[in-house]
Design a protein around this ligand. Structure first.
Ligand code: FAD
Length: 287
């Protein structure tokens, strides 16, 4: 089913992200994680894609696993290091495998990539996917502004190019303060962007994870969240329980404020997603 259709339903949509195994890493543990995650009945499941050509064969293989468990799949696709010919090949493979949804992404540039690639922005990729036909296209968005862009207003103006190119829904970068998301959503709507915006939530269950996340994305950490890391970050069991509780609360607040679509960055850890679904169960009608 097309994700645009899923998001039109009245009920809350809780979806999951997984990443494929790295090249030469075993497939079976990821397949097992997918099986358990699918058993939790997400609205759909997304599968990430390497920006530099790495684990891309596995993106389709993992998306096929998702479909085989009866869950709708959203395959990510990056264009930063790609050619129009390679993208056409990927679209044909996705289409032949029955994938109906693609998250059109630029990907992150590395120094080696400076001169490579025929695509400037995700909107160029969205244009190509739209002209191929048959796919529901999603795009990424950044409540705290994309790191390459100096001003949020410019980033939102650039977001409009993606929507004009055929993007039908957006998935946000993770955030830990819901007020940042609410303010962002108001600005996106003010800019005339009316498509669904799926809120990305990352359950942090490992203190060290946080340093990496903040370095990569510049995500703001509320003091309440920092206190949790300070108190429980060195104890894996305590940190996992506290991270699950924080993400659960974040989702309940989003739903209470009328946000009907939430995407959980599962980090391929089914136990974490299962715990959150258990906590939410009757609140969002998943049980
Ligand atoms: P774009 O939409 O092209 O935006 C990138 C920058 O260019 C922004 O600063 C924007 O303001 C600016 N811009 C956009 N259009 C224009 C224009 N026409 N003119 C001038 N400036 C413009 N990375 C992966 O490698 N694999 C993944 O699977 C993956 N999945 C992701 C999923 C989500 C939900 C998110 C939020 C990110 C994901 N990423 C992934 C990371 C993403 O690839 C990086 O954040 C990348 O730097 C930007 O990708 P984009 O698609 O948002 O790019």
């Amino acid at each position: 089913m097309k994700i645009s259709e899923i998001l039109r339903r009245k009920r809350v949509s809780l979806s999951f992200e997984v990443f494929p195994p790295k090249k030469d890493a075993p497939f079976a543990p990821v397949a097992e994680a997918v099986r358990r995650l699918c058993a939790a009945k997400p609205a759909f499941m997304s599968v990430t894609y390497g920006a530099g050509g790495g684990a891309n064969v596995n993106t389709l293989a993992v998306a096929e696993e998702v479909l085989a468990h009866g869950v709708d799949a959203l395959a990510h696709l990056t264009c930063v290091a790609s050619s129009r010919e390679k993208i056409a090949g990927e679209l044909a493979r996705f289409h032949n495998a029955g994938i109906e949804n693609i998250l059109a992404l630029r990907g992150d540039r590395t120094d080696e990539m400076k001169e490579s690639g025929e695509y400037g922005h995700a909107s160029d990729l969205a244009t190509d996917i739209a002209s191929h036909g048959g796919f529901c296209i999603g795009g990424a968005c950044y409540p705290e502004c994309h790191p390459d862009c100096a001003h949020l207003a410019d980033d939102i103006a650039n977001l409009k190019y993606k929507v004009d190119a055929g993007v039908e829904f957006l998935v946000t970068q993770m955030f830990f303060d819901n007020n940042i998301f609410y303010r962002y959503l108001a600005k996106v709507r003010e800019a005339g962007i009316g498509i669904p915006v799926v809120a990305g939530v990352m359950p942090v269950t490992n203190g060290r994870q946080i340093a990496r996340i903040v370095k990569l994305s510049g995500t703001y950490l509320p003091s309440r969240f920092k206190a949790i890391i300070d108190r429980f970050g060195d104890d894996p069991a305590q940190m996992a329980a506290a991270g699950i509780a924080y993400a659960t609360e974040q989702i309940i607040d989003l739903v209470a404020n009328g946000v009907n679509a939430i995407h959980l960055y599962t980090m391929n850890k089914p136990a974490i997603a299962e715990a959150i679904v258990r906590n939410l169960g009757s609140i969002i009608g998943m049980d």
